[in-house]
Design a protein around this ligand. Structure first.
Ligand code: PMT
Length: 411
């Protein structure tokens, strides 16, 4: 993948060398284009060393233009990534102004553009910036993040650039360049994250799921051209772009949202850690401490995965199995008992599986299995979604084999 990486004048520019390294680790070629103000934050020497290519910044650099003009650069790119993206560059891209090399490439390229905003939270929340963000998204420009948290200026809020690993994984997961994704035009529903089952207005039962695996699966499916509906329990992750996100809290709400959308789905991926039980009775007031021990009666929650697989016109159904022991045996039992098309088995507990950036899985299906060793969930999700797409297409091929009607001359 050829990436033009635009770097603009924000303090987060110091992270650019790390971002370049992560993009190149994923096999991308990276051509850096800096704005004048970016050079206040990071040296061209560092960037040239890490990218292995001469840095471009000046539209009027005759020698560089002779080697590769701004139009050739715009054509060379499979994607133009601007990280960090200041409020000012967002405004310039919206207006179509092109006073420098980076904005000229943004105007001239036909490749997708992704921006990773980085600015003070007041600037990010400024109506002008938010209006620009909205316009850019309407034009199909990917807005990655921003994150929320403490900022270089000492204040706290939204506007922090996403970490380089997340940016690299997201950009490399986009289906860019020639050809279409393996799931082009297909509708994929993904459930992600935990659910919360109330005990009283203050307390609830939940689990350690962060949503990272499910979000990675959703992004990987979208990167393969699918229309994705992400049904998400309560998580602390930036909402992914390029898909429809439905936020839910309880298992029942996740069940209802799933069945609201499953009618149009080609594929259903159940990555969520859905509660198996909820309190039979939810107290209307906070339960006061009294005796030494207290008991809560629990009742089964609806099993979303089983209910989808049992539909008359069920989508291609992929479950996850989170086990602390006998992982593959229990997963294969789920595959058979729930009549799934595939199951993704992963070990959880002892600090693996939940809320980690990495995972290791074994994918099982009726007559096959494939192991995927520990890797970043974003990379793992891309491999698993590729495998799902292959099996889905095979199943489609089997199901849509032209029905041969043999006209017997005995009729
Ligand atoms: O979110 P992360 O922090 O990234 O962690 C990822 C993960 C460990 C949560 C994920 O990889 C995973 O294993 N998700 C499934 C967790 C789970 O509930 O596994 P299970 O074996 O208990 O459930 C089996 C399957 O039934 C799952 O597909 C689950 O979504 C589904 N299920 C379970 C209960 C229920 N009431 N309805 C369901 O649909």
């Amino acid at each position: 993948m050829n990436i033009v990486l635009g770097i603009t004048g924000g303090i987060a520019a110091y992270k650019a060398p790390d971002l370049v390294r992560r993009l190149r680790e994923r096999g991308a070629e990276v051509q850096i284009v800096m704005t004048v103000s970016a050079e206040e934050f990071v040296t061209t020497t560092a960037l040239q060393a890490v990218s292995g290519r001469p840095i471009r910044s000046n539209l009027w650099d005759k020698e560089a233009e002779a080697a590769m003009s701004h139009i050739e650069l715009a054509r060379w790119a499979d994607i133009v990534l601007v990280a960090p993206a200041t409020a000012e560059i967002m405004a310039r891209i919206v207006s179509g102004a092109a006073p420098d090399l980076l904005t000229t490439i943004c105007l001239a390229t036909e490749a997708p553009i992704a921006l990773a905003p980085a600015m003070n939270h007041v600037m990010w929340n400024n109506p002008a910036t938010q209006a620009n963000r909205e316009l850019l998204e309407q034009r199909g420009i990917h807005i990655l993040g921003p994150d929320t948290g403490s900022q270089a200026c000492g204040e706290t809020g939204a506007g922090r650039m996403l970490d380089p690993e997340t940016i690299a994984a997201t950009v490399c997961g986009l289906s860019v360049g020639k050809g279409k994704g393996a799931l082009e035009g297909r509708t994929v529903i993904v459930t992600a994250g935990p659910t919360r089952e109330a005990i009283d207005p203050v307390r609830y039962i939940t689990n350690r799921s962060s949503g990272k695996m499910g979000y990675a699966m959703a992004r990987a499916a979208a990167a393969q051209g699918a229309n994705v509906v992400l049904i998400s329990g309560p998580v602390n992750l930036p909402p992914p772009t390029g898909m429809h996100v439905v936020n839910v809290i309880t298992a029942q709400e996740m069940f209802d949202a799933t069945h609201e959308h499953v009618g149009n789905a080609d594929i259903f991926v159940a990555a969520a850690a859905v509660a198996d039980y909820r309190p039979t009775h939810v107290a209307s007031q906070k339960i006061k401490k009294s005796k030494e021990t207290s008991r809560i009666e629990l009742v089964r929650c609806p099993d979303i995965l089983t209910s989808v697989a049992a539909l008359k016109r069920a989508p291609f159904t992929v479950g996850f199995a989170a086990e602390t022991q006998n992982v593959e045996d229990y997963a294969r039992l789920k595959l058979e008992d729930k009549k799934l098309d595939m199951v993704v088995a992963n070990k959880v507990g002892d600090g693996v599986g939940f809320d980690r950036d990495e995972n290791a899985v074994t994918v099982l299906w009726r007559n096959g299995r494939q192991e995927f060793p520990a890797a970043a969930k974003s990379d793992l999700a891309r491999s698993v979604v590729d495998l799902i797409a292959q099996n889905f297409q095979a199943a489609q091929g089997a199901d849509t084999e032209p029905r041969l009607t043999v006209l017997s001359n005995l009729d």
